[in-house]
Design a protein around this ligand. Structure first.
Ligand SMILES: [Zn+2]
Length: 283
């Protein structure tokens, strides 16, 4: 019986000791490659492989298999594509995570995000980061323990902040050298050791455009598996100073009214959700 109060997908973790012992008709299996995950990109919505399809066609079913969640009452598995190769049916292709935004349900995108992070952690923690011994995985928790020195390695998240700053009913948008065309977004940056989220937001805005802000308010969050970030969104108001974009970080920054926005991110990312909040509040 499914519990109506339980979130779906439900986060759980189990490293499968013997992939051969897993039932063939068990749920979705996310295969993580070096650039993205394997999906059937020509289906609409985009479809994840089933474990049965993976097992029937795989030359290597002995690689580490992680049960990362339950979704729709089924277990969800993740594994690395691996050097030995997982031969999937021809219609499955490796697609970058960003390209999947908007083409599959948000709940399944959350599974992809988790799979990418768990598999990355598994690959990156094969050896102890203190003494270089081969680590041992736990079977019911995302942790690797070192048998020599006892050091533990959990999946590590790098929190990043993103903020929509408003002045006189206009939104601060900037263009990074990495953006193409007229694409602009709100400001973002990584938290530094010892900082609070709010201090990071204020510092990033000051470093990137030279203004101070006030009334910093939490907006929402989003997993950001590149490969292990976590995005916290905020809104804020201009306090003092004029825009002076850092030539290292930005090629342009400006204040934009709701009816004069340049090309901006879509609703599927938290930056797009903050920009749509601005449109609703100030449009
Ligand atoms: Zn060690």
């Amino acid at each position: 019986m499914s519990d109506p109060h339980r979130p779906d997908p439900f986060i759980c973790y189990r490293r499968v000791p013997d992939p051969h012992a897993v039932s063939l008709d068990d749920g979705p299996a996310l295969v993580v490659g070096t650039e993205g995950v394997f999906v059937a990109p020509h289906d609409s919505p985009v479809r994840l492989p089933r474990l049965a399809e993976l097992r029937n066609t795989s030359a290597d079913v002995t690689a580490a298999l992680h049960q990362i969640a339950e979704y729709g009452g089924e277990p969800v598995y993740a594994r690395a594509a691996g050097a030995a190769g997982v031969s999937l049916p021809a219609r499955y292709e490796e697609i970058g995570y960003r390209e999947l935004y908007g083409s599959m349900p948000d709940e399944e995108l959350a599974l992809v995000s988790r799979a990418v992070q768990v598999v990355s952690w598994d690959r990156d923690s094969a050896f102890c980061s203190r003494c270089a011994a081969v680590t041992e995985p736990a079977h019911d928790e995302c942790v690797k323990r070192c048998p020599e020195c006892g050091h533990t390695q959990y999946p590590r998240l790098a929190p990043a902040m993103i903020v929509g700053v408003v002045r006189d009913r206009r939104l601060l948008l900037a263009q990074s050298p990495r953006f193409r065309g007229r694409f602009h977004s709100i400001l973002a940056g990584f938290v530094e050791p010892g900082e609070s989220a709010e201090q990071c937001v204020a510092r990033e805005v000051y470093e990137e455009v030279g203004i101070t802000i006030r009334n910093i308010r939490y907006f929402g969050s989003q997993p950001w598996p590149y490969p292990h970030s976590f995005m916290l969104g905020f809104t804020a108001e201009h306090e003092a100073g004029e825009l002076n974009p850092s030539p290292i970080e930005l090629v342009d920054a400006g204040w934009y009214g709701a009816d004069e926005l340049p090309e901006v991110p879509g609703e599927v990312s938290i930056s797009g959700r903050i920009i749509n909040w601005f449109r609703r509040e100030y449009g």
